[in-house]
Write a protein that binds this ligand. Sequence first.
Ligand code: GLU
Length: 484
Amino acid sequence: MSVRTRIAPSPTGDPHVGTAYVALFNYAWARRSGGQFILRIEDTDRQRSHPASERMIFDSLRWLGLSWDEGPDVGGPHGPYRQSERTEIYRERAEELLRRGGAYLCFCTPERLDALRAEQREKKLASGYDGLCRSLPAEEAHRRRAAGEPHVVRLAMPDDDAMVVRDALRGDIRFERPQMDDQVLLKSDGYPTYHLANVVDDHLMRITHVIRAEEWLSSLPKHVQLYRSFGWEMPVFCHLPLLRNADRSKISKRRNPVSLNHYRRAGYLPEALLNYLALMGWGMPDGREEFTLDEFVASFTLERISLGGPVFDQEKLTWLNGKYMRRLTPAELLARLQGHLLSDEYMLRVLPLVQDRIDTLEGFFDYAHFFFAGEVGYDDEALKELIPRNRTAADAAKALQVLLEGHVDPLLDWEAASIEAALRAFADAAGWSAKETFMAVRVAATGRVATPPLFETLAVLGKEVVRRRLRRAIEQLRAARPAA
Ligand code: GLU
């Protein structure tokens, strides 16, 4: 049987460096084995899923040079490849599981579940469903469902004290009872949870190797039970070590830029980033640290993946990227710049904003450098404008942090109109005037008090640059001595 691997991202935010990492290993195993690599969009969380996020996932993986054989945008024989288009399939499979006795209907109200949770917390018991509805006689359950009583479908986990499951890298892993509660499979609105949709799709899409991040390991007993209850053959499970911050905590955007858009805008070379990501779980047999994607694929085996918690160190990545940069000929370097910050596309977005404000060609470089730099500096005058009247630098730092995390980060449609709406929402919430807000953001994002129209400027700069500069401005404010 031919090897089939997949990446199954949820389109709920900016494209994550962890997605590229997991995609790379799946890609390598599929290519190495002459099999197929599939991209599936797991968008069953309707509230958090966003088409812009999905587009950015496609774009950034392609930018990295990873291609897939089947997926929402390329089609394939096992589609649709977007879970929101497969809800009927999950409902049918949930019915099948009910018939097979692998699942049951649960009518417990949210109030009962809240009370149960509170009681478990108070008694310091493991949390999880207590199985009350499991003992409902079948006729009663059917009658209540037919009468329209709200319900969910739950997985019936075995009563055993523990379950032992195999991971290709870790060998047999023992999960104890508290990690095996009766998971919801189908919610009361008829939508599947991750667990049901993920397993059903891996089976129907004939996935042979589930290679994913370590954070999903705790779901494994549930998934294994699903395969058993359906009577399906199990894929090989392989949980990659989690990427970590320097302090060894799980990689997070507070410590490291995690958006692929950041690395792309900052001008990391895709081949260097891929090389670096490969090093996160892999050592070449000959110990070489620099290698191409093709070389990686050619030598790849699952067994050689190492489990030590890899630290994603931006400085080391930058160092490696520098080595790749210096290997380019000037003509190649020029082509990279022209494909990026000096592309016609980017220049034609910058120029209309700048044209009215310069009198000579040379003036362009004096005026417009903030469209090309990574970070900008803040002189004392600029710093003052970051702080609304009657507030302290510390207040401003706190508020801008809220702006960053609560209003900028979640914004996936990065366009002038949505940026304006986000800034106004922040102003309302923070009790800042619109004028104060716009000035602070203008200065933070450009280092200047006078710029082309703000929202258009921010749109052209891109979210990643704005984030980075806001972060820098916040740091400066925190370091600022309180005004005398
Ligand atoms: N949708 C999950 C994610 O966002 C997929 C996890 C898996 O690969 O099973 O990572």
